[in-house]
Write a protein that binds this ligand. Sequence first.
Ligand code: 4UU
Length: 541
Amino acid sequence: RNHSAWTQDGIIKTPYEDIKEIPNITLYDYVWQNLDKWPERTASICSVTGRGYTYEQAFKLSNAFAANLRKKLKIRDGDSIAVMLPNVPDFPLVAMGILEAGGIITTINPIYTAHEVQRQLLMSEAKVVITLPNIVGVIKEAFDIAKINLPIIAVKVNGETTPNGTIAFNELSEDVHVDKSCLKEVRRTVNDLCFLPYSSGTTGLPKGVELTNKNIISNCEQMNEPDIKCHSETTATHQDAVLAILPFFHIYSASVIMFHKMAQGIKLVTMPKLQPDEFMQALEKFKINVLFCAPPLIFLMASHPLASKEVYRYLEMVINGAAPISSSDADRFMDKVQRKIRFGQGYGLTETSPVVCMAPKDCEDYSVVGPALPSTQLKIVDSELKPLGPNQLGELLIRGPQVMKGYKDNPEANDATFADDWFRSGDVASSDAKGYIKIVDRIKELIKVKGFQVPPAELEAVLREHPSIKDAAVIGVPHPTKGETPKAFVVIDREAKVDVKEICDYVNKRVAPYKQVNDVVFLDSIPKTASGKILRKDLKA
Ligand code: 4UU
């Protein structure tokens, strides 16, 4: 590793050798490239039901599914397909089938309300929705709000019957007679889009993040750097097991756990929702040796009654990301492990496919997220975008092959987000002389609850729809276990008689549970700049 991190013009270089140029392949080609080395290995298995697939089964079923997406559902190159699923073992098959059919995966949180779902369906121009039978009702409600009607594919995971008006996933994937020649028509290049997650970025409502095959393949290759990679080689006698508890609908899990680990022949143990006892037991039962976490999981592993060196005896590497970790939780967790394992942080964003920095194997400082990945350059700048030097605090800018193409259909947001060819993270960071980065704060308005994005603009829009609310602003306030929670400020009509409970009920019916507001303050006016921007700093103070 090369330790002269800083250049004359304030660029923080990666200490690693660059990755090789990505050839003209797709993420589909990349993930399956080594398939014939481990066809019999488990690709995915449900930690609750034990249902799962070998790599060969996953390949064959997703191949038939892809052919049917084109034949029966008329999917064409570049069509978006919405996937609204928890972490079921079928998720990777669905994702790979969409890619093989030439489609773009747009993922939706399975606990979203109809109100939240309809917006993403419209914005992403989804052609089909893939979901669980018990979510079909929410999707139909979303269709009614958006005045659309799309085909729904239901993934049956518990022997359910196929809901009325939907197509069963297994009928498409187990169809051995489907003519696969239609897949020869698919033309996708390395620079085409393959994944379209939603992120609010530095300001405003969630926007479609256009990730290309090259973005995600590059990020997978960047993670293979020997100093930072989080897996061992899959051989005739060894297979790593990773617990896929972080949701695949978020790019952290989709990229780092699903696509990257499948390209390495690793076993994905999928857990559909966080149940603390089951989570703790799964670590031992499935001999999980690789684990990716967000802060609530580190807190859980530090404090759960089952936490012990026995339960943790298979763990070899644990990475935290998505929000800052508390050092006391980290210390308490390591005390329970009672031996030396790799434990460190990663840092990334939806807009960067997602990984930008990861603590290398020998890093024992949990407060840093490590140096830039291979082929990645960073800059820390002041409010005028002038580069700063070592140990100075400023906004972190990022350049690398993993940075998104842009926000879908949103030139204003793209103009604001890119400064020349640098991506503006909206995060406040510092770097030491060796280029080790610390994430210190956020200047963007985004709130993160348990590591999940809660865009204040989304809650403000819902609040302003209330007939008695004239104006509204939302900020994040610190919370001991969730990291942050939203707090609302409202201006109401003079004659109106509304109380906090009515306002909370109004919002909370329309948004997913983790976005819910329970703290409302009444104001005479919302502090704003001359140009009408909410002065969130004043509200925080
Ligand atoms: C402090 O959360 C993510 C991506 C997380 C991720 C990915 C790969 C973590 C580790 C990894 O290896 O994406 P978004 O888009 O939901 O949220 C991005 C924001 C960042 O801008 C930053 O504010 O999440 C925050 N964030 C962190 N903050 C992400 N990681 C960290 C971190 N410490 N380690």
